[in-house]
Design a protein around this ligand. Structure first.
Ligand code: DQQ
Length: 570
């Protein structure tokens, strides 16, 4: 019976993996024949204007973001030799504002037995006395995943150009009983009761695990008896992140903080589906356990930072503006062959400030305020009525590189369609009820990256349903008609929005940047990033429209759109 049960769980997980792997290839597939194919030329047509990317080649996870002596540092997984995953090093860029970036030489690359087969993801911690330290996963000569540290060679260099890997590495190896190929991505350390603590992501059979390790001196680490948290049927937990959030302020908290007005967040990136989830809960210091709040679930039914192309994310505390900032990798949704032709793959989403919603039930995210420095020519609209079937163009902006904020309102919810309780999966619902399926209240929103005659467009829109005791709001970012190119992964990404509709308003902000549409619904309660590759709506031929396809008239109370300038990007 037990065997049967396990078999059916594995079949189910495999199935999940196939249907919902977020368009992303498993990121650790060694492909010696492809990984060092140098870029012949870099194709510019879909390169982003203001999102983080290097001049060429493959990138994935953001690693060890931090602030040090007036400089923001971003490290990231990078293949210096090609546009597919492989040859991974920690590339390094620095910035004064997290918008303009200067590339430095890679900070960490395979050079020692404890990382000779790869320098994989990890994080940074600022030790007392303002001393940064990096924790990362190295792949050793036996292909075991081990955890290492690296320290700056010169603390007086705010750019931290050089890193030393002490010979006493590795500092953590997979203990007996831990699968050595599923043991990686150490978190930022937090301090309490005389010890540093870190998590390492792993799995035992199908159970996702966040193993807990403790150290007094950052050199000798001991595994705690039990993991901080784990959950059945979730598979490998990559890139765990664990941090405190304030219950009564939007300010971020230093990772070691705890106390009565503090909740904790645990995030894991699920290798099986390439989706992330997070829970909010309580970190019990006596038992050294984390318990998600009741009603919050681990796994693919849980809450997500982003319901689209967004993975392997990492937060850090910015002491300058007292905020917690989230970085996430936005993977491509074209094919590997396309990436090789393009000569590049992967971008980082715009860094987001993140805080606990006043309900305590979810996080809220918003692009960092520094992004506003790129806002150029502005177009404004107000009090525009959208009847069913209306498309109204927003003229006068560069529609392929724009930041647009809209507030929509409606006078009544009476026409809202009935919600079927079997609609538990937002993405499936969006697939069923796309922007061209007429509704009651909605679909209404934006048609982004649209070609002139709407052969191509990526709609980002709301649809409101009536359930027995409440209204259900769906936010969709639907890539199905984003491109005439047939060989792309075109998902109808979607998430539900837990928002109070008593003021009969809904807001939407979209950051549109050539091949990415990054959207924030209801002031950052539900976020969706889509990667799209138009063939017509490119290079000056993209358009932006407002639309409504529901019988309830929608009013655009206010729209502000800014053509976005390009920063200095590596
Ligand atoms: N990417 C890294 C791993 C991590 C994965 C390798 C997540 O450390 O688990 O490039 O995308």
């Amino acid at each position: 019976m037990d065997v049967l049960k396990r078999l059916s769980v594995s079949v189910f997980l495999c199935f999940l993996c196939i249907i919902s792997n977020n368009g992303a290839e498993a990121s650790h597939k060694y492909q010696p024949e492809l990984e060092s194919l140098g870029a012949v030329q870099v194709k510019h047509v879909h390169r982003t204007g203001f999102h983080f990317q290097p001049p060429k080649n493959w990138i994935n996870d953001p690693n060890g973001p931090m602030h040090y002596k007036g400089v923001y540092h971003l490290f990231y997984q990078y293949n210096p030799k090609g546009a597919v995953w492989g040859n991974i090093v920690w590339a390094h860029s620095v910035s004064k504002d997290m918008i303009n970036w200067e590339a430095l030489d890679p900070a960490i690359y395979p050079s020692k037995p404890f990382d000779i087969n790869g320098c994989w993801s990890g994080s940074s911690t600022i030790l007392p006395g303002n001393k940064p330290i990096i924790l990362y996963t190295g792949i050793d000569p036996n292909k075991r995943q081990v955890q290492n540290i690296a320290i700056p060679a010169n603390l007086s260099d705010p750019y931290l150009r050089q890193w030393i890997k002490p010979d006493f590495n590795p500092i953590v190896v997979p203990a007996i009983g831990i699968n050595s190929s599923q043991f990686r991505d150490p978190t930022t350390a937090w301090f309490y009761n005389g010890h540093w603590n870190i998590l390492v992501g792993s799995r035992r059979k199908d159970r996702g695990m966040a193993y807990l390790y403790r150290s007094k001196n950052f050199k000798y680490w001991v595994k705690a008896q039990h993991p901080l948290h784990s959950s059945p049927n979730t598979g490998m937990w990559e890139c765990p992140d664990f941090y405190p959030v304030s219950v009564n302020s939007k300010n971020g908290l230093d990772t070691s903080l705890n106390g009565p007005s503090v909740k904790h967040v645990l995030k894991a990136s699920l290798d099986l589906t390439r989706y992330e989830f997070y829970t909010i809960g309580t970190y019990n210091l006596t038992l050294d356990k984390y318990n998600p709040d009741s009603g919050l679930v681990d796994g693919w039914d849980g809450l997500r930072y982003d319901y689209g192309n967004f993975y392997a994310s990492k937060t850090f505390y910015d002491p300058i503006k007292k905020r917690r900032i989230l970085w996430g990798w936005s993977n491509e949704s074209d094919s590997q062959q396309d990436d090789i032709k393009k000569g590049w793959a992967g971008i980082q989403a715009i860094p987001r400030k993140l805080w606990l919603d006043s309900s305590g039930k979810q996080l809220v995210q918003w692009p960092i305020e520094e992004l506003d420095i790129l806002r150029g020519k502005k177009v404004e609209k107000s009090n525009v009525k959208l009847n069913k079937g209306d498309n109204v163009e927003v003229n006068g902006i560069t529609a392929e590189q724009v930041d647009v904020e809209v507030i929509f309102s409606f006078s009544s919810l009476d026409k809202a369609e009935k919600f079927d309780p079997s609609w538990v999966n937002a993405q499936n619902l969006c697939g069923q009820k796309g922007s061209d399926v007429q509704g009651g209240v909605g679909p209404f929103g934006l048609l982004t990256l649209a070609s002139e005659n709407l052969e191509e467009f990526t709609p980002v829109f709301f649809r409101i349903f009536k359930a027995p005791n409440k209204h259900v709001v769906l936010l969709c970012s639907d890539a199905r008609r984003s491109s005439l190119d047939k060989n792309l992964y075109k998902a109808s990404f979607a998430g539900f929005v837990d928002v109070n509709l008593s003021n009969k308003k809904l807001s939407l902000r979209s950051l549109i940047d050539h091949s990415v549409v990054e959207s924030f619904g209801a002031e950052g309660k539900t976020c969706i990033t889509s990667r799209v590759y138009p063939t017509l709506a490119v290079e000056g031929n993209a358009h932006l429209y407002l639309f409504n396809n529901g019988s309830e008239v929608i009013t655009v109370e206010n729209l502000n759109a800014w053509s976005m300038k390009s920063p200095h990007m590596n």
